[in-house]
Each structure stands twice: as structure tokens, then as C-alpha cells.
Write a protein that binds this ligand. Structure first.
Ligand code: MG
Length: 203
């Protein structure tokens, strides 16, 4: 399986990091070794001193496809979960300043905690889905999928032109505003609507 992700997909988050609004989706990948499942703890690595949480809705791909037309893209994912796109902001800023790739700042071990997946038919409207993140009990991020610049179908269609999607792949769909640093001892909790689906302790 592979992990794909879109950056800069919520206007308010683009503004908080002083980034440019993209004309096309900004796509990056994380290796499979970034996955953290079943509420496993995250161990703060020594190569960064500024790791940020980014809560995101995650799609699970259910069949192979390339050059997927936008109007059929909904057939290619069957379930939704919530995840955190941990980002070593200090490494990312350094890479961005030099025009170098983001890979290490986004793809390090444990940088992709995800919840269980829920069948998408269990949601009333996935185009209007609330999600949020609490740090030590305090809400830090709150988003709604209606505010995405590139919607699920557009993301799937766009990625599949370049990279064939396969069953079991997952896609992180971007973070709303409110990103911030984590510290050892913190507890993160991620929600879809009012249901807590993910918990990560920082060790
Ligand atoms: Mg992100």
C-alpha cells in the first residue's frame, strides 16, 4: 500500500503558513513505515524540535485505477477515517527555503497515525463532514470537508493521472487551520463529527 497526501487544501491553513494558494493540488507521499495504527504512541524523534500535528480526513481506496474521471472517482474509495499528518516543520521550512523536497519532514517513522476506517455509507454527507483535534483536552483544530479547495473526487482523479491507485492505498486530504507543535507528554485526540476515533500519546 502507499500513503498519498495533499498539502494546502484549506484556505485558512494556507494563510497561517503564508503559503501561496495552489492552482493544482500539491501532492506528496509518505512511506508505509510512517503508519501508526491502533492508537500506538508516537516517539518524538531527535532530528526535529518542531513537530506539528495536522488533523486530516483520510480516504481508503478500494480498487485499482488510473486516469480516473472525476465523475467516477467516488467508486474508488469506500471508507473514511481520521489521521494526523505529523510534520517536522523545522525540516520542512529548511527544505522549502532551499527548494528541496519535503520527504524527510513528512515521511519519518510514525508520521502518519490513522484511525480505523468507517464505511462511507455510514455518513449522511461526506461533503459536509466535521472533524477536529484536541491536544490535552483542548480543541486546537476544527475543519469541515465542505471547505476543501480540492474535493475528494478531484484529488483522486488528479493523483491517478500520475500514480496508479491500488486497493488499500490511503489519501490524507489536507488540514484545516490551527496546526501547532507537540511535546513529549501530550495526548492528541481526533474526531469525526462527535466521535473520537483516534488517540495518540507523545512519548
Ligand atoms: Mg497535511
Amino acid at each position: 500500500m502507499k500513503i498519498l497526501a495533499i498539502g494546502r487544501n484549506y484556505t485558512a491553513h494556507i494563510e497561517e503558513l503564508n503559503n501561496e494558494r495552489p492552482d493544482e493540488p500539491v501532492i506528496f507521499t509518505k512511506p508505509e513505515t510512517a503508519l501508526l495504527q491502533k492508537n500506538a504512541p508516537f516517539y518524538y524523534p531527535d532530528f526535529s524540535s518542531n513537530i506539528h500535528y495536522e488533523v486530516e480526513i483520510v480516504l481508503r481506496i478500494c480498487k485499482h485505477g488510473k486516469y480516473i474521471d472525476k465523475k467516477f472517482a467516488h467508486n474508488y474509495f469506500d471508507a473514511i477515517g481520521v489521521g494526523i499528518d505529523f510534520t517536522a516543520r523545522d525540516l520542512q521550512d529548511k527544505a522549502r527555503a532551499k527548494g528541496l523536497p519535503w520527504d524527510l519532514s513528512k515521511g519519518f517513522n510514525g508520521s502518519a497515525p490513522i484511525s480505523k476506517f468507517i464505511d462511507k455509507t455510514e455518513f449522511t454527507d461526506i461533503k459536509n463532514l466535521d472533524f477536529s483535534l484536541k491536544l490535552d483536552g483542548e480543541q486546537k483544530q476544527h475543519g469541515n470537508t465542505s471547505l476543501m479547495l480540492f474535493k475528494f473526487d478531484e484529488i483522486i482523479s488528479y493523483i491517478s493521472k500520475f500514480i496508479m491507485l491500488k486497493k488499500g492505498d490511503i489519501i490524507f486530504t489536507g488540514t484545516p487551520k490551527g496546526v501547532g507543535p507537540i511535546a513529549i507528554g501530550n495526548k492528541l485526540e481526533a474526531f469525526i463529527e462527535n466521535e473520537k476515533l483516534l488517540e495518540v500519546e507523545i512519548k
